[in-house]
Design a binder for this molecule. Structure first.
Ligand SMILES: O=C(O)C(=O)C[C@]1(C(=O)O)C=C[C@@H](O)C=C1
Length: 318
C-alpha cells in the first residue's frame, strides 16, 4: 500500500477568477491546494518561505511587454527557479452589477496591465470614464459583486475575464473588450531551486545579467557571449538596476538548456565578464519547437574539441 501524499500548495495572484488562476490550472495537479495572494511579490515570497510548493506569476504580455513586478522580484531575494511556462489568451468583458448600462459607467477598475490592453476601447466607448487601479482583474469584480454599498467603491464597472464575471454574478455590459485581438500573457511556474532536469531538445533558459558600467561595448560584449556559441536569444529587456540613473540589468530568454555545452560556455563567459548573472531556470518551451543548434556548437563538437586540447596538452597532437 502506498502512503497517501499531501496535496501540493501553489500560490498565485488572486482572488479566484484571475488570468493567473487560469494559467495555474493548466499546469497544477488536479488536487492542488490554492493559496491566493494579493500581489506577485507575496506569491513568490510564499515559495521562498516554504509556505507553498510553487507559484504561478505573469512574466510577459504580448501588448505590455515584460511584467516588471515579476522580473524585478526574481532578481532580488533568495533565488527561485522557473520550472515551466504557460500562455493564456486574454479577453476581457466590461462587467457591472445587474442593470448597469454603458452610459452609467463613470469609473472602471481593473489591473493596470488589463487597463493598458483596453485603453483604446475605453477611449472610444467611454471617453469620460476614469481608471481606478485594482490589485488584479478579479479583485475589483469580487468587491463590486459583494459590496453592500457599491456606491462607496468609486467605480461602477470592472474589466475582467468572462469567467470571473460569471463566477461573481456580475452582468456583462460589453463583451470582447480589447485593443488587440489575439493578446496573450505568458506565465511561469516558479519553485525553489533544485537539481536541474534533463534537456528535452526544445528548451528555454531565463537569465538576468547586469552589465559592467562605464565600459564601451559592454552590451555588445554580452551579446557576443551568446552569438559566439550559437545561442539564439528569444527575449531581451532592460530593467533599471535601481540604485542610480543609467545602470541596467537585462532579462534574457535564450533557446537552449543549461545542460548543453554551448549554453554552459555562454554562461561561463557571462560570469567572467559581468558583475552579476542570475540563472533563473531551464524549462521546456511552450511551443515545443526543437531548438536549432548551429554547426560547430553541438555537445559533440565541444567534446571533440576538448579532447583535442587534451591531446595537445599531453603532447599527442602538435
Ligand atoms: O489580474 C489578473 O487577472 C492577472 O492574472 C494579472 C495579469 C497581468 O499581470 O498581466 C494577467 C493577465 C492580463 O494580462 C492582465 C493581468
Amino acid at each position: 500500500m502506498t502512503a497517501p501524499t499531501t496535496p501540493q500548495r501553489w500560490s498565485f495572484l488572486g482572488p479566484a477568477g484571475t488570468f493567473t488562476e487560469m494559467a495555474l490550472r493548466q499546469v497544477a495537479p488536479p488536487d492542488v491546494e490554492l493559496d491566493s495572494c494579493q500581489d506577485v511579490p507575496t506569491a513568490l515570497d510564499r515559495v521562498r518561505e516554504r509556505q507553498s510548493d510553487a507559484a504561478v506569476v505573469p512574466i510577459e504580455n504580448s501588448i505590455e511587454g515584460g511584467v516588471n513586478a515579476t522580473l524585478d522580484n526574481l532578481v532580488s531575494g533568495a533565488p527561485l527557479t522557473i520550472a515551466a511556462e504557460v500562455a493564456v489568451p486574454i479577453t476581457f468583458v466590461l462587467a457591472g452589477r445587474e442593470g448597469t448600462r454603458l452610459e452609467d459607467v463613470r469609473a472602471i477598475s481593473t489591473h493596470p496591465h488589463a487597463w493598458a490592453q483596453c485603453r483604446g476601447w475605453v477611449h472610444r466607448n467611454l471617453p469620460d470614464a476614469v481608471y481606478v487601479a485594482g490589485t488584479s482583474t478579479s479583485a475589483p469584480a469580487k468587491a463590486l459583486a459583494g459590496s453592500e454599498d457599491p456606491g462607496s467603491l468609486g467605480y461602477e464597472a470592472v474589466l475582467c475575464n468572462p469567467l470571473a464575471a460569471e463566477q461573481y454574478g456580475l452582468a456583462v455590459i460589453a463583451g470582447g473588450v480589447a485593443d488587440n485581438a489575439g493578446a496573450i500573457t505568458r506565465f511561469v511556474k516558479v519553485t525553489r531551486p533544485g537539481r536541474i532536469g534533463e534537456p528535452t531538445g526544445a528548451d528555454k533558459t531565463t537569465l538576468q545579467v547586469q552589465l559592467p558600467h562605464d565600459r564601451s561595448g559592454a552590451l555588445l560584449g554580452m551579446l557576443e557571449q551568446f552569438s559566439a556559441r550559437g545561442v539564439n536569444l528569444s527575449r531581451i529587456e532592460s530593467r533599471p538596476v535601481g540604485d542610480s540613473l543609467g545602470r541596467y540589468r537585462f532579462s534574457i530568454d535564450i533557446e537552449g538548456h543549461v545542460r548543453e555545452e554551448r549554453v554552459q560556455a555562454a554562461l561561463i563567459g557571462l560570469h567572467r565578464t559581468c558583475p552579476q548573472v542570475r540563472f533563473l531556470g531551464s524549462y521546456p518551451r511552450l511551443d515545443a519547437r526543437p531548438v536549432v543548434v548551429p554547426a560547430g556548437t553541438s555537445d559533440k563538437d565541444f567534446i571533440v574539441a576538448r579532447a583535442w586540447v587534451k591531446d595537445v596538452l599531453d603532447g599527442r597532437t602538435l
